[in-house]
Design a protein around this ligand. Structure first.
Ligand SMILES: [Zn+2]
Ligand SMILES: [Zn+2]
Length: 193
């Protein structure tokens, strides 16, 4: 039991504050003998989450735990993680650079666009909100690159490829046909994939 200090072997006086080791020894220690200030002792005693270990218990832990191996393992894991992140970043960068290169010829040569024009005169905003409410292009899984207002209340939607243009056209015709004219524009060039 902890009736005397684990360092100096002196019995604790009645009501004397002492530190309790959270290690296996579970002995008591004078704060002085535990190399702690009275403030530190107060903090430890008042806070159940803070555990204090005597030097002997710390030494016992250290001999049990191979810290060097733990750190080496940790290092390996971190390096593996970093390598993985770098690889993912490289792939993303590669894909992004491809997109940038493709963007111009696609947009300029084939013009992957759908133009939706109202049959009756109305504002662009009305066309846009109709499209959003009746079709909601974001649910179609169509990669929309750009949406522009065109004349007569129409809107132009730039897509990534012909498949998406066709998808958008078909869906728009199904859901908006009564009030709108839907065209893919300009005519697609079959030579460009
Ligand atoms: Zn002591
Ligand atoms: Zn101890």
């Amino acid at each position: 039991m902890c009736d005397k200090c684990g360092v100096c072997d002196v019995k604790f006086k009645a009501n004397e504050f002492f530190l309790l080791c959270s290690g296996e020894c579970a002995r008591g220690f004078h704060s002085k003998c535990g190399d702690l200030s009275s403030k530190e002792v107060q903090l430890i005693t008042n806070n159940k989450n803070i555990k204090w270990f005597c030097n002997e218990c710390i030494e016992m832990f250290s001999s049990k735990i191979d810290l060097k191996k733990d750190i080496a393992d940790l290092k390996t894991n971190v390096i593996q993680d970093i390598t993985l992140i770098k690889e993912k970043m490289a792939i993303t960068e590669h894909n992004m650079s491809k997109q940038v290169i493709h963007k111009k010829p696609y947009a300029n040569v084939t013009g992957e666009v759908v133009v939706i024009k109202p049959k009756n005169s109305q504002g662009n905003d009305k066309t846009k909100s109709d499209l959003k409410n009746k079709l909601n292009p974001s649910n179609l899984e169509v990669g929309i690159k750009e949406i522009k207002n065109v004349k007569d209340g129409g809107i132009l939607i730039k897509c990534s490829n012909t498949i998406e243009v066709d998808k958008l056209k078909t869906e728009s015709q199904k859901k908006l046909n009564k009030n709108y004219v839907i065209k893919t524009y300009p005519k697609r060039n079959p030579c460009v994939k």
